[in-house]
Design a binder for this molecule. Structure first.
Ligand code: C2O
Ligand code: CU
Ligand code: CU
Length: 466
């Protein structure tokens, strides 16, 4: 077989997995373009989540699941965002080490995109992996009603690794909706829940479908990209009776893939698994734990395809991202305490009930506007390493996220940690965690809990790197 023919077949296998298998299964459509240029329109869009009902959602390009954007490490990507909503918005590229002007935070990095306006985001992702995008304005509603999508950055070309080593590459976007039986929305936020774990949804979907069965090519290596784009919930996933390997956490490949037992992801978090699929007709079940009990979450069914990678191929190995290694010897340590300070002030000046429940170092986020930007939680010197000592003084989980950098989780008071890079760390109740990173990206970077109601009721701030 000539090189050309082999390359053609491999390319075919890869595309085949993304496209032809999507017939009746909920694999999200990949929006692919050679020059990495996209248009995303935010608009009101009815979509079908509960079969035979319509949900009055908000959708990217009028659809849910949203288009999966695909970029390439080290190559510019351009996304024109058109706001057809009746409210302002911005889009944030979660996890991308980006220029501050493209970070998509209103007032801090750009002016909001007003209704009828558009904004062109252009950036060059330095890292490959599973990322996602979402508005950073009125997030309870905008994210809660469907404006969440995945951004997959393929690895730069190298002789070590090719995405074609996987016979399928499957994005799995997890979201739990607040729905009545007729498809209409229930309240997305209830104050007494916002003051605790957040208001949970009641209709769980993966790529927009409840408990889907997804066809995968038999007898070959596949890559599963789990992304928790929910506003609230933690998912603890495991694979039932079938070997799997944890390859990447929040877009960052592990130095060594780890045999997978189970893994918890809070709102905003991702992980990639590598699995060798069984023979045609056999299935793999992924389960989600609620407390100690695990429930069926998703089924992968092996099917015959024209070409799959040979069964005896070694497990593909993802190349590491080019992240700066924190210099712990010279690091400065800063402490951050996350607390609950229940206070329901009856109303704001517009007469709307206002709630502040959560604080970081005793400060609740006050919100910001064009001429009022609160002081940063900390000012960091460009180029220096910092250790953040994070203390969760509450009886709830908090997935704590920092924009603009990837940080290394060093240790925890609750579990043994093999240090790993991430953009969001899930803090258990009363857990204390140490993280470290090089402050190499100048800008004002949001630093918040990704439980959207927590960030909206105080658990948010920013750091300034200069
Ligand atoms: Cu997904 Cu401010 O974050
Ligand atoms: Cu982010
Ligand atoms: Cu939180």
């Amino acid at each position: 077989m000539s090189i050309n023919r082999r390359m053609f077949l491999q390319g075919g296998a890869f595309l085949g997995a993304g496209l032809s298998l999507s017939g009746c299964t909920p694999i999200i459509k990949l929006t692919q373009s050679a020059d990495y240029e996209y248009t995303l329109t935010l608009e009101a869009a009815p979509f079908e989540l509960i079969p035979n009902t319509q949900t009055p959602g908000l959708g990217f390009n009028g659809q849910y699941p949203s288009p999966v954007l695909r970029g390439k490490q080290g190559r510019p990507i351009t996304i024109t965002v058109v706001n057809k909503l009746d409210q302002p918005t911005t889009i944030h590229w979660h996890g991308i080490r980006i220029d501050i002007a493209m970070d998509g935070v209103p007032f801090l990095s750009q002016m909001p995109i007003m209704p009828g306006q558009s904004f062109v985001y252009k950036f060059t992702p330095p890292d490959a992996g599973t990322f996602w995008y979402h508005p950073h304005v009125n997030s309870v509603e905008q994210l809660g009603k469907g404006l969440v999508g995945l951004l997959i950055v393929d690895e730069a070309d190298s002789s070590e690794f090719s995405p074609n080593e996987f016979s399928a590459d499957i994005p799995l976007m997890i979201k739990n909706w607040h729905l009545n039986d007729d498809g209409s929305f229930k309240p997305l936020s209830i104050p007494r829940y916002a003051a605790r774990m957040g208001t949970p949804g009641n209709y769980e979907t993966i790529n927009g479908v409840n408990k889907p069965t997804i066809d995968v090519p038999a007898n070959s290596w596949i890559r599963l990209r789990f992304a928790n784009v929910d506003n609230t919930l933690v998912y603890t996933l495991r694979v039932k009776d079938h070997p799997a390997f944890l390859a990447s956490i929040d877009a960052n490949p592990l130095p060594e893939p780890k045999p997978f037992k189970q893994h918890a992801i809070g709102a905003g978090m991702r992980f990639d698994l590598i699995i060798k699929t069984p023979s045609v007709g056999e299935s793999i079940v992924v389960e989600n734990g609620k407390g100690r009990i695990f429930f069926e979450f998703l089924t992968l069914k092996s099917v015959a395809t024209k070409s799959t990678t040979p069964t005896n191929a070694p497990m593909p190995r993802l190349p590491l991202n080019p992240l700066p290694e924190p210099d712990l010897d010279t690091a400065e340590t800063l402490k951050f305490v996350f607390e609950w300070e229940g206070a329901i002030t009856p109303a704001d000046d517009q007469g709307k009930a206002k709630h502040k429940f959560w604080t970081i170092n005793r400060r609740a986020w006050e919100g910001m506007s064009h001429n009022k930007i609160p002081a940063p939680l900390a000012k960091l010197t460009l180029g220096k390493t910092y250790i953040f000592d994070l203390k969760n003084n509450t009886p709830h989980h908090h997935p704590i996220h920092i924009h603009g950098v990837m940080f290394k989780v060093l240790k925890s008071t609750k579990k043994k940690i093999d240090p790993f890079f991430t953009d969001t760390v899930l803090m258990e109740k009363n857990e204390r965690v140490k993280i470290a990173f090089v402050a190499d990206n100048p800008g004002r970077w949001m630093y918040h809990c990704h439980v959207i109601e927590h960030m909206k009721t105080g658990l948010m701030g920013y750091i300034e790197i200069s």
